[in-house]
Design a protein around this ligand. Structure first.
Ligand code: ADP
Ligand code: MG
Length: 698
């Protein structure tokens, strides 16, 4: 394998490549477009496109594609070759500025929540010049946004870029008030830690549930699970190490700074963390990481499972979204700093985040809502479905002192004054970490830990950026109108702490008592996707997004429909897959085992009338009773689906029905089936079992 230096970003058309390959004037104009969001004119686009094409062809590319992130969980691409036929029967390789800037994928089958039906039949893709083009599988990929002709966003990138613009605007207002004249742009930064499972491909291929739904719908616990914690940070198996090495190298080529790879808590579970970068690039990179994990695993005879809960009874997979705000002068605005002035500014940004998380708990919960993630949140392994903020004891004590105008620490009789005193240093190391908190301050950034492993990180960051932009805009309003900056600042910080301290929780998030306590505090506990989605279209949330021009009301309503519809579709696929497995594989297998027991019983009796047939007799009774029960549960599940046909639900009603009725029937069926598995002759079980799957990779 090449060294990181020799391979890093070799497949990326990045700044240094542009500088080298573009005429000076073109390069400058492109930079202006990137930095100031100006329109790129055709002549410039043609020059850039041509340079990009030559570079890509030298690297072995034959095709190009507009790479985009539609409302489905994956990325989409439609490959076109560079080839253009000439009149004399030859071909030339071409790529025009127009093809670079705009594309028209046949988008009719991407989810639009009715947007395209109402407006235009087709959508178009537009180059996001702030994210570099790259080569993947001999294809030049151009990161693009995907919109309808009416301008409505049909993807996950467009609103993310808009939310970054919103927080940029409001942060600059606040920085100016603190006397900063240097900073000209502010971006949020993200480092997403990604969890995943690896299983043998040969075993995966024999499980219809994994193939169709990404998770096991049946499966009794293996004798050993994760109880010994011996997998966490344990030695990485040779095959897994080879996969990781390969993955790192491929990611580096694409400029993704994959940094740490290690084992996670559950057997067969692993994690990858990259070095953080600007949010929209981090989002593109995380999509690429997930895609490459799946592709490279196959090369190693493995399958990478990105589902949030592939196995019952062992930890599922999530994603930690480390988030901060950074200036173009290189300053991290969530770093407390050393001087009273820096500390005061830090406290205001900290308060902006506290207020944002409290005011928009519902939106943060929605940003991580999916059928898969419902298995984790609130199930004692991931942060609960309740959103709260961990600050650590010291910072919390300081906030308390500010709020109450009390002395802090050893300062005798002296009150802690914003802008006058200096904060103590907060530990940045892992020792003070509370792993059960959904949203934790970790010294100079926040870590949002509720994301599911297969989520695009765009949703969470759209909400974070926009909600914090809203807090900052309110703060800026108050400070701009004040004649006494320091006094107003102090009061603003005090009142924000007073109004939003309920969101601070430093205790154990997995504790039952927290649920009761959170309820007392008036915090939301939205357990499932159908529980939280209706909050998306609440007036205060529509106001937030429209005020900051992140979503129009039409776009919000469309997204709401899409999310509900996705949820129902997913549950339907799961239910149908369960029926298929129960009817065609499992019930016949248990019945065959009963037959074997009965044959043995008869044979024994024929050989010796007084033979001890306790096992055969008892087991046969047990298997008969349980298979009968399993058959009835299968029928019941089927019944819930048949009933649905007669119901006249809207999208929300349907999603609720799937959650309350269909999912319950699935759970009931699984319980009996798993019990049967645990008392059935191994050789009759038609699939690789939990032990095979979890401990199969050697
Ligand atoms: P861990 O959580 O494993 O202890 P770190 O706290 O060092 O490790 O980092 C976790 C992730 O947070 C990494 O992806 C890192 O790049 C990212 N990170 C660090 N600083 C920032 C920042 N200012 N903004 C966004 N992400 C950051
Ligand atoms: Mg972490």
């Amino acid at each position: 394998m090449g060294t990181i230096k020799s391979v890093f970003a070799t497949n990326v058309f990045n700044d240094s490549v542009m500088k080298e390959r573009l005429p000076k004037e073109t390069y400058k104009q492109l930079q202006r477009t990137i930095k100031e969001g100006r329109h790129l004119d055709n002549a410039v686009a043609n020059v850039v496109a041509n340079a990009m094409k030559d570079w890509a062809i030298e690297k072995g590319a034959t095709h190009f594609t507009h790479w985009f992130q539609p409302m489905t969980g994956v990325t989409a691409e439609k490959h076109d070759s560079f080839i253009t036929p000439t009149d004399d029967g030859r071909v030339i390789l071409e790529f025009s500025g127009k093809e670079l800037i705009q594309g028209e994928p046949d988008a009719s089958s991407f989810p639009s929540g009715g947007l395209r039906a109402t407006f235009e039949a087709r959508g178009y893709t537009a180059w996001d010049a702030t994210s570099y083009a790259f080569i993947k599988e001999k294809t030049l990929c151009i990161p693009t946004a995907f919109c309808s002709y009416g301008g409505e966003a049909l993807d996950k990138k467009t609103p993310l870029l808009r939310s970054m613009e919103a927080i940029n605007r409001q942060t600059l207002r606040v920085l100016r008030l603190f006397g900063d004249t240097e900073v000209t742009s502010v971006k949020t930064t993200v480092g997403p830690e990604q969890e995943y499972f690896l299983v043998e491909k040969e075993m995966f291929d024999r499980r219809p549930d994994l193939i169709y739904t990404g998770r096991t719908l049946f499966g009794a616990k293996s004798p050993k699970g994760q109880e010994l914690d011996d997998h966490y940070f344990g030695t990485i198996k040779t095959r897994v190490a080879a996969f990781m090495e390969d993955l790192d190298e491929e990611l580096w080529k694409l400029g993704v700074l994959a940094k740490t790879e290690h084992n996670e808590v559950a057997p067969a579970q692993h994690e990858l963390a990259p070095v953080f970068t600007t949010t929209n690039i981090a989002t593109d990179h995380n999509q690429l990481t997930m895609e490459l994990m799946q592709r490279i695993a196959k090369k190693h005879g493995l399958v990478c499972l990105l589902h949030e809960k592939p196995f019952a009874g062992v930890n599922g997979s999530g994603k930690h979204n480390n988030w901060s705000i950074s200036t173009n002068t290189g300053k991290n605005l969530l770093d407390p700093g050393d001087t009273p002035h820096e500390n005061a500014q830090f406290l205001l940004f900290l308060c902006a985040v506290l207020k944002a998380v409290d005011d928009y708990q519902d939106l943060l919960r929605i940003s991580v809502a999916s059928a898969g993630n419902d298995h984790r949140l609130g199930a004692n392994e991931a942060p609960p479905a309740i959103v709260s903020v961990f600050l650590g004891t010291e910072l919390t004590e300081i906030l308390k002192a500010i709020e109450k105008d009390e002395q802090y620490g050893s300062r005798e009789k002296e009150l802690w004054k914003v802008g006058v005193h200096t904060l103590p240093r907060f530990p940045k190391d892992a020792t003070d970490r509370n792993r059960t908190s959904p949203f934790a301050f970790t010294g100079n950034k926040f870590e949002f830990r509720m994301l599911g492993s297969s989520d695009s990180i765009s949703g969470a960051n759209i909400v974070l950026n926009t909600a914090v932009a809203e807090s900052l805009s309110q703060f800026a309003d108050a400070l701009e109108q004040s004649a006494d900056f320091n006094g107003t600042l102090h009061e603003l910080i005090r009142s924000t702490i007073r109004e939003h301290r309920r969101i601070i929780f430093n205790g154990n998030g997995y504790d039952e008592q927290w649920i009761a306590e959170a309820e007392k505090r008036g915090l939301l506990n939205l357990r499932t996707t159908p529980d939280c989605l209706p909050y998306f279209i609440k007036e205060k949330n529509i106001d937030l997004f429209t005020r900051h021009k992140v979503f129009s009301e039409t776009e919000i309503r469309a997204r709401y429909e899409i999310l509900l519809e996705n949820y129902s579709k997913l549950l339907n696929i799961e239910a149908v897959t369960m029926l298929d497995m129960a009817n065609k594989d499992l019930l016949p297998a248990y019945s065959a085992y009963a037959q074997k027991l009965s044959d043995t019983l008869n044979a024994k009796k024929a050989a010796a009338p007084d033979a001890d047939c306790t096992f055969e007799t008892e087991r046969l009774k047990q298997i008969s009773a349980l298979t009968g029960d399993m058959y009835r549960k299968t029928q019941a599940l089927e019944g819930t689906l048949l009933d649905l046909v007669q119901k006249d639900f809207d999208e929300l009603g349907r999603a609720q029905y799937y959650q309350r009725t269909v999912f319950q029937a699935m759970t009931q069926l699984r319980i009996v089936a798993d019990e049967l598995e645990s008392i059935t002759d191994r050789s009759f079980y038609p699939y690789p079992n939990y032990g095979d799957l979890l401990f199969g990779v050697r």
